[in-house]
Design a protein around this ligand. Structure first.
Ligand code: ADP
Ligand code: ADP
Length: 232
């Protein structure tokens, strides 16, 4: 089963002299339950590809599918629904709401989508991510690693088709980063979560099942079962 797919996707920014072709006909499949890292030089199109896959940005040509949904054909309203119900995001900057507790942040996407939290599933996610004793803390009362784990729990608890993570360890020291990566790995191994992660870090990429390498808006290489020294 395929959780997400890009088929011959082109993305162009700007016009005339200022035109940049960010994606040159990218085709990539993301199998359900697979953890993929996307790597490549700065400006190679990693963020653009992820934004197109997640319905955060339009493509100029080609098709995007997330689960059974043809994202390319969606209206603005459909895209909002896709982002709300089908995909989870983890950002470099955590993006937690400062006035809410960890628990309220984690449950926010469900309450926005008017979906009832499954308490048993919530408890399982909290124990996996190791936040049981931090649920009533505000983000400023948490370390960076804990804040990012709250963001991970917020993404996983809604059981999205795909979690998209953009440099999730970019703001963390290596110890806090490895806690986040271990959690992402466990969510794949134990809950068959599909994850697509953009990263510069070979250690982060080594937690994935597969690495896609982008250069100049194209997929130029693919590696399975990476280890940090091979990714380098
Ligand atoms: P990466 O994530 O690999 O660093 P990006 O996807 O951010 O690469 O960018 C790919 C190319 O598209 C780059 O040349 C970048 O300058 C350009 N680009 C990205 N976003 C925009 C934008 N909003 N407007 C114009 N050009 C952009
Ligand atoms: P962890 O390894 O669990 O991410 P740390 O070792 O970084 O935690 O932090 C230890 C404790 O100190 C945490 O439980 C957290 O409550 C507190 N703490 C760490 N950083 C901050 C911070 N910037 N502001 C407030 N409390 C913090």
């Amino acid at each position: 089963k395929t959780a997400a797919r890009a088929t011959d996707v082109w993305k162009v920014y700007g016009t005339g002299e200022a035109q940049v072709i960010a994606l040159h006909g990218v085709t990539a499949e993301f199998a359900a339950g697979q953890f993929t890292a996307i790597m490549g030089p700065s400006g190679s199109g990693k963020s653009t590809l992820m934004h197109c896959l997640a319905g955060l940005d339009f493509t100029n040509r080609g098709e995007i599918h997330v689960g059974d949904t043809n994202v390319t054909g969606l209206s603005d309203r459909g895209l909002t629904k896709l982002r709300r119900d089908k995909v989870g995001f983890i950002f470099q900057q955590f993006n937690l709401l400062p006035t809410l507790t960890a628990e309220e942040n984690i449950l926010l996407p469900l309450s926005i989508g008017k979906r009832k939290p499954d308490r048993a599933w919530f408890d399982q996610v909290i124990d996996t991510v190791g936040l049981r004793d931090r649920l009533h803390h505000k983000p400023t009362e948490l370390s960076g690693g804990q804040q990012q784990r709250v963001a991970c729990a917020r993404a996983l608890v809604q059981r999205p088709e795909v979690i998209f993570a953009d440099e999730p360890t970019g703001n963390l020291d290596s110890r806090a980063g490895s806690e986040v990566l271990k959690f992402l790995r466990r969510s794949v191994d134990e809950f068959q979560q599909t994850i697509v992660m953009v990263t510069h870090d070979p250690v982060a990429a080594s937690y994935a099942d597969r690495v896609l390498f982008l250069a100049d808006g194209q997929v130029v290489d693919e590696m399975f079962d990476p280890t940090a020294d091979r990714v380098l």
